[in-house]
Design a binder for this molecule. Structure first.
Ligand SMILES: Nc1ncnc2c1ncn2[C@@H]1O[C@H](COP(=O)(O)OP(=O)(O)OP(=O)(O)O)[C@@H](O)[C@H]1O
Ligand SMILES: [Mg+2]
Length: 440
């Protein structure tokens, strides 16, 4: 006797129900119900299914270098054999460029890479490879077919890496849904990941995230992949690759790249760029932020001025407006600096976007500096979190931030543990050696 569960699943959002529905109760899409039947459960389970942990063979996870030092570090030392890496990012951010460069790096050591492209033609891949100046083309095998049923049986044993570009553009012929639908994305990912695990060949799966956060996006398969890398765009051509999830290494590691006409190039010293461009003018402050296991320096700029209109304007770029309003509010109330009637503009140089409470104090010092029209003391790096009571608190990785500041030539740290100790926001004026009446 077998038990078999039958039912219907929404092809757009994955909602399942025992009976057919014309319109999905969850995502309200019409005509999205697809019938499914779950696997049969045999009465007698086969033997030898359960293995004592003791008897399981382990092998050292061999890691394959991506050719990018920074990316290898973010992955925890390279790509693990048999693992699946989901590469997600908005259209045009540079995903295909990055994976082609990885493929080429592997090919350069004489190993073969399978590049499945449902998105671009083989010719487009070749043109990109030419533009990037990549060689070793005979080790990169392109499969320009959007139907990937052949992967079930194809002999993959000679490959060192499988690339799938992208999950949203490939399909299995036997599933009657369009590419990009929930069922197709899930089944295609399942197929590649299971082959990858079985043959111990790592796979790189590209997934799009649309600006609207399309449902059938990579979110669906994040739990299937071993590692999830998110590719983020910042201004000035910088790209951040962040490990959101990592079964074989630390999560939240970041690798920084620059997009050039010849492809992605690693930025190993982001602080160096910041320091080079820093001008010690009123409102400009260097702070240290932490991403993953590394700290780097960033410049925050403020402009405090007489209001243009009857109600003061507050504009930020790279810092959340709420964070800035909180800091300005505390400065007004606890340090007696009348920012409430003034226009405030805060900007993070280089178009970076910061989400680190450690920058509170830097924003405060920057606002006071602009208000007093006095530059911050020489070679100062400022970090700390500000409480609503005006207290200044420690943040994560204090020593890492201090170390980074010293290495980059900003040894005068202003923080709750720095050379210039600040524990309360009312002390901030002392940093500038003055009082409000000295304002120019
Ligand atoms: N000739 C060029 N010079 C400099 N940069 C270029 C050049 N051609 C393309 N790029 C950069 O490459 C980016 C596109 O890269 P790529 O095709 O790898 O992105 P993608 O994330 O795969 O995009 P899609 O979502 O369309 O597949 C462009 O946004 C651009 O910044
Ligand atoms: Mg692409």
């Amino acid at each position: 006797m077998t038990r078999k569960k039958r039912g219907y699943v929404c092809d757009v959002c994955g909602y399942d129900a025992p009976a057919w529905f014309g319109r999905c109760p969850s995502c309200e899409t019409w005509d999205s119900a697809k019938s499914f039947s779950s696997l049969e459960i045999p009465e007698k389970a086969p033997e030898g299914l359960f293995l004592p942990l003791e008897n399981i063979d382990t092998f050292d996870h061999e890691r394959i270098s991506t050719g990018f030092f920074e990316l290898d570090r973010a992955l925890g030392g390279g790509i693990v054999a048999g693992s699946s890496v989901l590469f997600s990012g908005e259209p045009g951010v540079g995903k295909s460029t990055c994976v082609l460069q990885i493929a080429s790096s592997i090919a350069s050591s004489g190993r073969d890479v399978l590049y499945i492209t449902g998105e671009e033609s083989a010719r487009q891949i070749k043109l990109r490879a030419n533009r990037l100046g990549l060689k070793n083309g005979h080790h990169i095998h392109v499969s320009p077919s959007s139907e990937i049923d052949y992967l079930r049986t194809a002999d993959l044993s000679g490959y060192t890496l499988i690339v799938l570009d992208s999950l949203q553009t490939v399909r299995l012929a036997e599933i009657p849904s369009l590419p990009g639908s929930v069922t197709q994305v899930r089944e295609c990912a399942n197929l590649v990941i299971s082959r990858s695990k079985k043959e111990e060949i790592p796979s790189l799966l590209i997934g799009h995230i649309t600006k609207e956060g399309l449902i059938a996006g990579p979110k669906l398969i994040e739990h299937l992949a071993d590692t999830v890398l998110s590719f983020e765009d910042t201004a000035r051509g910088l790209r951040f690759i962040r490990a959101l999830k990592n079964r074989f290494g630390p999560a939240d590691e970041v690798a920084v790249f620059e997009m050039r006409s010849d492809g992605l190039s690693e930025v190993q010293d982001l602080s160096g760029i910041t320091v080079q461009e820093f001008m010690p003018a009123p409102g400009n402050v260097i702070t240290a932020v932490v991403e993953g296991s590394r700290a780097f320096l960033v410049e925050i700029q403020s402009l405090v001025s007489k209001p243009l209109y009857s109600s003061p304007r507050r504009v930020t770029s790279g810092v959340s407006i709420d964070r800035m309003l909180l800091v300005a509010g505390v400065l007004t109330k606890r340090a007696g600096i009348p920012l409430d009637t003034l226009d405030i503009y805060v900007n993070v140089a280089g178009g970076l976007s910061l989400d680190d409470t450690g920058i509170d104090l830097a924003v405060a010092v920057s606002l006071v500096s602009s208000f007093l029209d006095k530059p911050v003391p020489d070679k100062a790096c400022v970090f700390g979190e500000i409480g609503l009571d005006g207290s200044i608190r420690k943040v994560s990785h204090m020593s890492r931030r201090t170390e980074r500041a010293e290495i980059s030539g900003f040894p005068n740290t202003i923080s709750p543990e720095g050379r210039v100790l600040t524990r309360d926001i009312s002390e901030l004026l002392k940093i500038f050696g003055g009082v409000i009446s000295e304002r120019k």
